[in-house]
Design a binder for this molecule. Sequence first.
Ligand code: 2M8
Length: 428
Amino acid sequence: MTALPDPAALTSAAVSVLKRNWAGSHTLPASGLYPHQWSWDSGFIALGLRHVDADRAQQELESILNGQWEDGRLPQIIYDVTRDDDYSPGASFWRSNDLPAAPLVPTTGLIQPPNHAWAAWEVHRTNPDASERNGFLARVYPRLVAWHEYLLVRRNRGGNGLASVVHPWESGMDNSPLWDEALARIPDTPQHVIRRPDLAHAGAGERPSTKEYGRYFWLAEQYRDHGCNDLEGEDSFVLEDPTFNALWARSELALADIARSLGLSPISHEQRAQELTSALESLYDADLGLYVARDVTTGSLVRKATISGIIPLILPGLGQAPAVLEALMGPGFLGSSPHMVPSYDMRAGDFEPAQYWRGPAWFNMTWLVILGLRVHGAHDDEAHRLAMNLQSLALAHDFPEYVDPVTGAPHGTRNFSWTAALALDLMH
Ligand code: 2M8
């Protein structure tokens, strides 16, 4: 891939994917495989939508904020029970309406990475008139503050200020090799009878295994059966993830901008961003030259080189930026000029180029890496090459969920919303 696709063709195709997946108040990640609203998908989708429809971009974010719980959490999924599309686990698994702290709309109890405040600020910045006309920032700001407060109060499980995820689904990188060791301790025998409607929309070789699903359901049952209460229950799976926390810090910087624009003090948000950026240093692994996860249950670092450890580059003032840039440009990731950034070190014995979060290149991650290169003013040519490839592969393969980093072959579902949204964003 060397040439940029025709901008008019890419715009028109990307816009039509986003229209087709629009469900009235939010965008489905993809019809079929993902028939509800997903939290961090909506953040990425709004970042693309802002260029073509400011009102819809605002609505996308306000719709996920409608699923906010009393404790401030934004749920991983808001279920659209008017659709008869099959997804498991569904609303009947979580039964969120039985919990007093849950919102009126049915949701999961889990969360996803906090990219929302960042998206909200960008949506505003791109079209301030539309934002001011709708009073957008004033409405979303207190809710976004409550969301971040939830992370601070309920998810500081390691005690160092970083947020922990309590389920692989919360990381958004469901079967990343980062979770293997911790998951190995989890029984794969849930009570729930597991169905796999996902396999009607993607190949089994492109999805987590049945054993992994057993563990996912076991963990989700535990969390649900403790009323989704973070202050009670088992510590079966508690990990600090670099991408999750880097997105939080980046969103905290955005909250500072939002506060400033509303005439409020940005100081607490700036401080929090600074504290998170410093706390991330405790996840740095000098041998790998990038950030890794920490297993809070055992206290040890999970020393595996994954894309998650590169994404902190989106933060200005990142302590180990030079080393991470070197690892990014090295043989594990961009050294052999793959089409886009692989999700796992290509030299790892268990690297799999078509297996979900265990090797393939994802459009949101490559988009974040491009941004990280720009933040640090590094490797302009590489950022440009990645942006061209992202747009070309998106258009050439009907906006796939992810691709083989080496061959560029498409995998997962097609007409995937964040692929369309982020390809669109790179054109602006
Ligand atoms: C994938 O995760 C869901 C569970 O949340 C699934 O596999 O069913 C992940 O890629 C996640 O990052 C993404 O938000 C979600 C919807 O696109 O799909």
